[in-house]
Design a protein around this ligand. Structure first.
Ligand code: NDP
Length: 444
């Protein structure tokens, strides 16, 4: 049996019930086969893959807090410190009822390669809780965040592990978490990114994942003789990534016609009005269907189905496995020619294979959504320097980083004879740097 298959079987056996983690490992190892087979003896002897798929550490803890009725509630808290070969652990915190250890392991594993691709010195980590911030009062969210950080603060630090936002964790939550970290440790340091601008946050961090997604999409289109201007775009989700991907796509002349949330989706043939979306989602914390109540040209549909809307470009920006084979076929049949993933692993393996086999341009999340963590690393730099860069400075660095990721990804694919396969390219380019650092650091 090949080394890759042996390690994958071992992952399935040793991590029962963690389907998303198995899926992420399989996708990465399959696309690395060519590289691994060329170095099989060396990697086997060093048990390199066995070490790569095993998190360095997982912290799992109880998060008790009191709701507005005086009732004590208990959630599960986690931090997966996956790989620190090239820098301190870095990766978001997710607050969503679906969170479990397997999902955070998949995200931490992916994060390791993504962070490597950015070219910045950051390792891979991820954390979160099954707490659901939806429908909770500000006080309840604060009580949860304070309890969560009381425990987490023992394991993180500016040079050790630097969490950030993810699903369910935005500026409000980062503020509460930061306040509690400072209170617990007495340290005013860059331990979290996505902070408010008045206490060490970086300009462009809010926009970074969405903007970065469009920067790399634009680069991919241009290298394949196409352009973004005038194209119709369907984006799933209506959170941080979806909103700022929409903003940049519109700025560059595209027309965004649909957005969604976990209840349903809106279609606006005139192109969505982002100021209305921002008011609903960022100010009122409302539901996407309210858009159709306010904008006459829009139609709301309850449930899934956003990928049946005809478009040139599809950008899944909600969550994992939200786009399956049937969706991929519907996109292709309706004329879609490019897909770039704002979310982490939003396309199932079958959908990804379909895109690649049918000549569609496909940029995987690992490369496409790396702008968020890259700008987080820029926030860390500014915190260490005790400086703040201007919006234009950070935006330019973000743009250059995304162009750099495109180049590394495209070149790695070409080097291994799979030109245009950005899935393989991103995995190979991310892997090479981590492996070199791991081999240099001995058996750890
Ligand atoms: P937000 O919480 O801001 O928004 C998430 C959006 O996706 C919401 O519209 C939410 O709808 C929808 N959504 C979440 N879960 C589901 C689900 N199970 N089914 C359908 N819709 C769902 O999160 P972000 O925008 O920050 O994150 C979106 C994705 O991008 C995630 O995969 C995240 O890991 C990834 N990402 C985020 C980065 C960042 O910087 N924020 C960086 C890199 C990747 P509802 O409100 O109804 O729940």
């Amino acid at each position: 049996m090949s080394y890759v298959d042996e390690v994958y079987d071992r992952v399935v056996k040793q991590n029962p019930g963690e389907g998303e983690f198995h899926q992420a490992v399989k996708e990465v190892l399959d696309s690395l086969r060519i590289v691994i087979e060329a170095n099989e003896e060396k990697f086997r002897k060093a048990a390199l893959l066995e070490r790569l798929v095993e998190p360095e550490r997982i912290i799992s803890f109880r998060v008790p807090w009191v709701d507005d009725n005086g009732q004590v509630r208990v959630n599960k808290g986690f931090r997966v410190q996956f790989n620190s070969a090239i820098g301190p652990y870095k990766g978001g915190l997710r607050l969503h009822p679906s969170v479990n250890q397997g999902i955070l392991k998949f995200l931490g594993f992916e994060q390791t390669f993504k962070n490597s691709l950015t070219g910045l010195p950051i390792g891979g980590g991820k954390g979160g809780s099954d707490f659901d911030p939806k429908g909770k009062s500000d006080r309840e969210v604060m009580a949860f965040c304070q309890s969560f950080m009381t425990e987490l603060s023992k394991y993180i630090g500016a040079d050790q592990d630097v969490p950030a936002g993810d699903i369910g964790v935005g500026a409000r939550e980062i503020g509460f978490l930061y306040g509690q970290y400072k209170r617990m440790t007495g340290l005013y340091e860059g331990v979290l990114t996505g902070k408010g601008l008045t206490y060490g946050g970086s300009l462009v961090r809010t926009q970074a994942t969405g903007y970065g997604l469009i920067y790399i999409l634009d680069e991919m289109l241009r290298h394949n003789g196409k352009e973004l201007e005038g194209k119709s775009v369907v984006i799933s989700g209506s959170g941080n990534v979806a909103i700022y991907a929409s903003e940049k796509a519109i700025q560059l002349g595209a027309k965004v016609v649909a957005l969604s949330d976990s209840n349903g989706y809106i279609y606006d043939k005139n192109g969505i009005r982002l100021e209305v979306i921002k008011e609903i989602k960022e100010v009122r914390r409302g539901r996407i269907k309210e858009y159709a109540d306010e904008v006459a040209s829009a139609v709301y549909t309850e449930g899934k189905g956003i990928w049946t809307i005809p478009c040139d470009i599809a950008l899944p920006c909600a969550t994992q496995n939200e786009l399956n084979l049937e969706d991929a076929k519907a996109l292709k049949a309706n004329g879609c020619f490019a897909v770039a993933e704002g979310a982490n692993m939003p396309s199932t393996r079958e959908a990804t294979d379909f895109f690649l086999e049918n000549g569609m341009l496909f940029m995987p999340g690992k490369a496409a959504n790396a702008g968020g963590v890259a700008t987080s690393a820029l926030e860390m730099s500014q915190n260490s320097l005790r400086l703040s860069w201007t919006f234009e400075e950070v935006d330019k660095k973000l743009h250059d980083i995304m162009v750099g990721i495109y180049e590394k990804t495209a070149k790695a694919a070409k080097r291994y004879g799979v030109k245009g396969n950005y899935v393989a390219g991103a995995n190979i380019a991310g892997f090479e740097k981590v492996v070199e650092a791991m081999m240099a650091q001995g058996i750890v």
